[in-house]
Design a protein. Structure first.
Length: 126
């Protein structure tokens, strides 16, 4: 498995994310569609934290299917139903990604299913 591409940070962001990420040496680009918060049996947990963890677990599973790791993530877009969940979203993201800081966009929007509170899409490079 190849190492993650080199990443150069350009400036300090306002939060826990990279304001910009420049990639060099990437030979594979993986676009991960919006990952939804359902459990493996298709049910949707009631709480935001559980839904967020489920969506992240789906992102990690897609990365693994393509022999990639969280460190390969270059860009993440998180869609939230409620702006008030942005802090908890950041906490869960930090638990999943550790010190890795991809470029990040957070959008507050109506999601496809009314009981979804979060959806996460990403771009990874290797």
């Amino acid at each position: 498995m190849r190492e993650p591409p080199s990443v150069r940070r350009h400036s300090d962001p306002l939060g826990r994310y990279a304001e910009s990420v420049e990639i060099s040496g990437a030979s594979r680009v993986l676009f991960i569609s919006g990952q939804v918060p359902t459990d493996v049996d298709g049910t949707v947990p009631a709480g935001f934290a559980e839904q967020c963890r489920n969506a992240w677990q789906r992102v990690l599973a897609v990365l693994e299917q393509h022999d990639m790791r969280p460190e390969h993530l270059a860009k993440v877009t998180t869609f939230l139903r409620d702006r008030g969940d942005r802090e908890l979203s950041g906490e869960v993201r930090g638990q999943v990604l550790g010190e890795h800081l991809p470029a990040l966009t957070v959008v507050v929007a109506e999601l496809y299913e009314p009981d979804w509170l979060v959806e996460i899409e990403a771009i990874a490079l290797a």
